[in-house]
Design a protein around this ligand. Structure first.
Ligand code: GCB
Length: 600
């Protein structure tokens, strides 16, 4: 799905700011038609932001069910005759939207965009009322899954993943205008002829353009590829084709060089009807034996599993926080991260593209594991069954994969899809569930490797899903959840385990390792939760990593401390960050910086 843009033929208006807001714990608003007029008894709520921590107290923090958002926007006068679209970059986890009194769309899935053509419902120059009801409930039909319990004390949301169920309008909302006949979608697949490591490489950009609208049948497509200085390096006509770029400037880790693909729809008289600008980073990705190659060269992942998580705003996108997080990644010497455990804001991927940061892009399929759930305090009997994660979840999961690939397919920073984090993967039921989902991801994108992240409860000797993955991604907590406090035993077990995974003959990535650490707690006797223990544990992992050839990457868990649900194994959230939640470094940050940059 294309992002809204300002071009010669397109214009967008951001609806971010303060909206009117009201929680609706009893679900009364639909029957009472709260969309049909000014939202009654509303308070101010910033968009984008999670609503949970804006107002002090438990009520909104722990709210289960629907909440209402409303704003009024004026449609620019200049949009007369254009097609007008209303787009939400995300609504977590589901939403229904009205324009005026008319329901225009519903969407499930908290981290991907959705939009509706509202041309007939708006008048240029006139105000329009936009109302959204957003539902934070997680069930056995949602990704991620959860359980809503009706108790004598109210509804309670249980979930099996380890981050707080922040909800609301987390990303920008847009009204935008396009010509009626327009570019509907663009797909680019970059490649090179021959060896991408050669001195003079020819880039091959395969493109496909979809045109929609009343005159789509008669429309012509023209594409021009411009280098970063604006000079045209290739052009093509027709809805699809291949552009050759002799002496191509490759996109690479650490250098986010991008071309601009100017896509134009031409009318009968060859006049430009619509133009859209698609960034293109030319790079190749390949798994060969135990190596992960970017542009034909082995790439070693250094970085983190992260979260979209900040004080006050929760999962709300913010450019200042985003750029600061990227600057911290640069400071520490990270070259990559995983969008654990859901698709991040598109702004994040744009930034990664532009700065050469490598991304493992993950769906929101997390918490499909009874053993992990038990650690976090929820009991489930059988995860993969019709009473729990069954056909309904699988359909939602398939849709989540489709929407992720549709949104992120053109980002050069994305080099690997992760279709789930830590599902149970040793039972026949889990294999039956996942087999078609791997096939779907491959069918949707034949050019990127696909994998999932393995959990410690489904070790190499029993796991049934690694065979479907191009890359082995594992999260391991030797020295924390296993061999707690005993780093000597942990070191032996970790190495033994990695040797088993190495036998698969695929690249192995350690996608999580770490220890909870209270910033400022110091101890010289190996005390858990101390800054010293976190550093010692990471050093132990690094010794092992440097002995195992198939190991192609290290992503520490986590970049920063983050909020979770209440529980006796969490102290104001998960403290495995190497930065605190307000982004101050723990001792481990300096250790990682030394390892990853060689700086002392
Ligand atoms: C994991 C999960 C992650 C948790 C982490 C932990 O394996 O993938 O979501 O936060 O462990 O700290 O327990």
């Amino acid at each position: 799905m294309l992002r809204p843009q300002d071009t010669a033929t397109r214009e967008r208006r951001s609806l971010t700011g303060l909206w009117r807001f009201r929680a609706d714990a009893d679900g009364a608003g639909r029957d009472a038609r709260w969309f049909a007029g000014p939202l009654p008894d509303a308070i101010d709520m910033p968009v984008p932001a999670s609503y949970n921590d804006i107002v002090p107290g438990r009520e909104l923090h722990d709210h289960v069910g629907e909440v209402w958002y409303q704003t009024t926007a004026r449609v620019p006068r200049g949009w007369a005759g254009q097609r007008v679209v209303l787009r939400f970059d995300a609504a977590t986890h589901g939403a229904t939207v009205w324009v005026g009194d008319t329901e225009v769309m519903s969407h499930q899935g908290g981290y991907t965009p959705f939009e509706a053509d509202v041309t007939d419902l708006v008048a240029p120059g006139e105000p329009v009322r936009v109302t959204a009801v957003v539902d934070n409930r997680l069930t056995w039909a949602t990704i991620p899954p959860g359980i809503v319990e009706d108790t004598p004390h109210g509804k309670r949301q249980k979930y099996m993943h380890d981050f707080f169920n922040y909800a609301g309008l987390h990303r920008p909302v847009w009204l935008y205008a396009t010509p009626r006949t327009r570019v509907h979608d663009v797909t680019v697949v970059p490649g090179t002829t021959g060896d991408p490591t050669a001195a003079d490489v020819t880039g091959m950009v395969t493109y496909a353009v979809e045109v929609a609208g009343p005159d789509a049948g008669a429309a012509q497509v023209r594409v021009r590829l411009l280098d970063a200085d604006g000079a045209e390096v290739a052009r093509g006509t027709g809805a699809d084709g291949v552009l050759e770029v002799p002496g191509v400037h490759l996109w690479q880790p650490g250098e986010g060089y991008q071309y601009d693909l100017v896509v134009e729809v031409l009318g009968a008289d060859a006049a430009v009807v619509d133009s859209y600008l698609q960034k293109v980073g030319v790079r190749t990705v390949e798994v060969r034996g135990t190596e992960f190659l970017i542009n034909g060269r082995p790439f070693y992942f250094r970085g983190f599993g992260m979260h979209e998580d900040h004080l006050t705003r929760g999962k709300g996108h913010d450019d200042a926080e985003m750029v600061h997080d990227f600057e911290l990644l640069r400071w520490i010497g990270a070259n990559s991260f995983r969008t654990s455990h859901y698709p991040y804001a598109e702004e994040v991927l744009d930034y990664a593209d532009a700065h050469g940061v490598v991304v493992i892009d993950e769906t929101a399929a997390v918490g499909m594991n009874a053993s992990v759930a038990a650690v976090l305090g929820t009991k489930i009997d059988k995860v993969f069954s019709e009473d729990a994660v069954g056909a309904a979840a699988q359909a939602a999961h398939a849709q989540a994969i489709r929407e992720l690939v549709a949104r992120d397919k053109n980002h050069p920073s994305v080099v690997l899809w992760s279709i789930a984090n830590e599902p149970e993967s040793h039972t026949p039921e889990s294999e039956e569930y996942f087999k078609p989902l791997f096939a779907l991801a491959r069918e949707l994108d034949r050019h990127r490797p696909v994998g999932f992240v393995n959990v410690m409860y489904s070790q190499a000797d029993v796991d049934r899903l690694a065979k479907y993955s191009d890359v082995i991604m594992i999260n391991r907590y030797h020295g924390w959840y296993a061999n707690t406090g005993d780093l000597a035993a942990a070191e032996a077990d970790l190495e033994a385990e990695l040797r088993l995974w190495e036998a698969h003959g695929k690249p192995v990535l350690m996608t999580e390792y770490g220890a909870d650490t209270i910033a400022g707690l110091h101890d010289l006797t190996g005390a858990l939760w101390s800054e010293e223990y976190q550093s010692e544990l990471l050093e132990m992992y690094h010794r092992v990593f440097d002995r195992v050839d198939a190991l192609q990457g290290e992503h520490v868990w986590n970049f920063a401390d983050f909020q979770t649900s209440r529980g006796i194994v969490r102290v104001d959230g998960n403290k495995k960050g190497v930065f605190t939640r307000d982004r101050r470094p723990k001792a481990a940050a300096h250790l990682l910086r030394r390892r990853w940059t060689g700086r002392h």
